[in-house]
Design a binder for this molecule. Structure first.
Ligand code: NDP
Length: 478
């Protein structure tokens, strides 16, 4: 398949006006940190410094929790659901109005292609606020009793892979149910959360309902262990999730954890191969593979292995890697030097353990953090690249002969977040879906997200559900 040469089509940065430095968003205002510490956030595509951001210490977390408590007790929890809904609808509409600005900002700070931030992340952010705005005045019909009460103040910690979308998954249901929040974005991607703080101001959200404290792991730890927090919501690595679970248990804080994954994308011999190849590409190369539910293990039926792999290689040769702001880019930058080092290390382990490594010819930019789309064949279940979450654009290919073998291999993982099944037979889809130990099973598609649909894991992928009616439960005292 020839790769057409396209002229550069960069999205303009002019829509974004970055400040030189950002304070913390506490009690409706941007405020400096108590101890004056700050860190820089960079563009992972160019290593250019974008802005300086305040590092919140324990005293700042205290202030944010106090503001959230005050807003919870005096304003938000007592407000009728219809009034809370108005604010959420207003936020959703402002997100839509600012969609281009938010998409450019997300691609700058995160490194993801503008095509994805513009067409996936930001529309889904607005959709989440619209969806949960609709629930705010209908909670008594949600199946949690006639007058379900909020939990209180929620401490929310989110990762860097979908910065604004994870914020929306956390804040929209929390607010709809009458809780107030203190949220900590990831150290490498704080900018869209700070833009969201400005949106809260623009929406006239009462002070203290949403508080944003920027910082690194220490800030997150101070937040989740704070005695003034009633509920903790975390998305991130299994390792940190376990630490948070241990910290929350003695205080009996309500907790939801959305952790890692090692999803199987299972292609049967009767699958529509071209569509399946698109699903494989979307499954693992979308967002550079920085996706907790990524289809990082391809399980392909032995009889069609050669056909699928040949089509996959042809398709990967057409992917464009480079400037995240170019509208033709398919694969953007790796989010950080640390993540790149982890991807490199595990890929080297894959080779050392005997798997065959392949990448399409592709020039990597000199500046920034980059990794080419990579496929490992000849992978066995014992290989580390088949067991550990790489969280990068790296696919491990395994084969199977029978549905039972596919099922056993798919479930042979400590994780259980998602899975994909590709076949022409509805009966086989149902047979597999009812036996796969995964929170989400996609059939003849992959990585489809919708605010009405619950999302969450089994086993070491965490517990609790986000999205849909089920997502309300985490923020109600039930
Ligand atoms: P982390 O789990 O460390 O980070 C997630 C969030 O938790 C970030 O906001 C982080 O802050 C914060 N945090 C870190 N330590 C603590 C703590 N002790 N208490 C409270 N909050 C804390 O993920 P990493 O970014 O370090 O990525 C490591 C690996 O985790 C990746 O390689 C990937 O495999 C996996 N991962 C999985 C994700 C998923 O969605 N399932 C998302 C992100 C990562 P800060 O960023 O400032 O350190």
């Amino acid at each position: 398949m020839p790769k057409f040469e396209y002229a550069p089509a960069p999205e303009s940065r002019a829509v974004v006006s970055l400040r030189e430095s950002y304070g913390l968003f506490i009690d409706g205002e941007f405020t400096p940190g108590v101890d004056g510490r700050a860190f820089k956030t960079i563009s992972p595509a160019t290593e250019e410094v974008l802005a300086e951001v305040t590092e919140a210490g324990p005293a700042d977390v205290d202030r944010a929790v106090a503001a959230a408590r005050k807003a919870y007790e005096h304003t938000w929890a007592a407000m009728p659901g219809t009034a809370r809904a108005k604010y959420l609808f207003r936020i959703a509409r402002i997100v839509q109005e600012k969609a281009r600005e938010l998409a450019v900002l997300e691609s700058l700070d995160n490194g993801k292609p503008i095509r994805e931030s513009r067409d996936v992340d930001i529309p889904l952010v607005a959709a989440h606020f619209f969806y949960y705005a609709g629930w705010a005045d209908k909670l008594e019909y949600a199946g949690y009793g006639p007058a379900p009460r909020p939990v209180g103040v929620a401490g929310q910690v989110i990762p860097w892979n979908f910065p604004l979308l994870m914020l929306a998954w956390k804040i929209a249901p929390a607010l709809a149910c009458g809780n107030t929040v203190v949220l900590k974005p990831a150290e490498t991607t704080p900018l869209t959360a700070l833009a969201f703080a400005e949106i809260c101001q623009q929406a006239d959200l009462p002070p203290g309902v949403v508080n944003i404290v920027t910082g690194a792991g220490e800030t997150g730890r101070a937040l989740v262990t704070h005695p003034g927090i009633d509920k903790v919501a975390f998305t991130g690595s299994t390792e940190v999730g376990k630490e948070i679970a241990r910290a929350c248990a003695p205080a009996r804080k309500k907790l939801t954890l959305e952790l890692g994954g090692k999803a199987a994308n299972i292609v049967f011999e009767d699958a529509p191969i071209d569509q399946a190849v698109e699903g494989i590409v979307n499954g693992i190369f979308f967002n550079q593979g920085h996706v907790c539910c990524a289809g990082s293990r391809l399980l392909v039926q032995e009889s069609v292995q050669d056909e699928v792999l040949a089509a996959l290689r042809r398709r990967l040769e057409t992917l464009r890697l480079g400037d995240p702001l170019d509208k033709n880019t398919d694969v953007g930058a790796i989010n950080s030097a640390a993540q790149l080092a982890k991807i490199r290390e595990l890929s080297e382990v894959g080779e050392a353990e005997g798997a065959q490594r392949w990448s399409p010819p592709c020039d990597l930019p000199v500046k920034g953090f980059w990794f080419p789309p990579t496929v490992f064949t000849g992978v066995s279940q014992a290989h580390r690249i088949a067991r550990e979450e790489i969280f990068g654009p790296v696919l491990s290919v395994l084969t199977f002969r029978t549905p039972a073998e596919a099922l056993e291999k798919a479930n042979n993982t400590p994780y259980g977040l998602s899975a994909g099944v590709w076949t022409d037979k509805g009966s086989l889809i149902l047979w597999m879906a009812s036996r796969l130990r995964a929170g989400v099973v996609w059939a003849n598609t992959f990585n489809k997200f919708d605010p009405t649909s619950p999302f969450g894991g089994y086993k070491e992928s965490g517990y609790g559900r986000e999205g849909g009616r089920h997502g309300l439960e985490a923020y109600l005292d039930v």
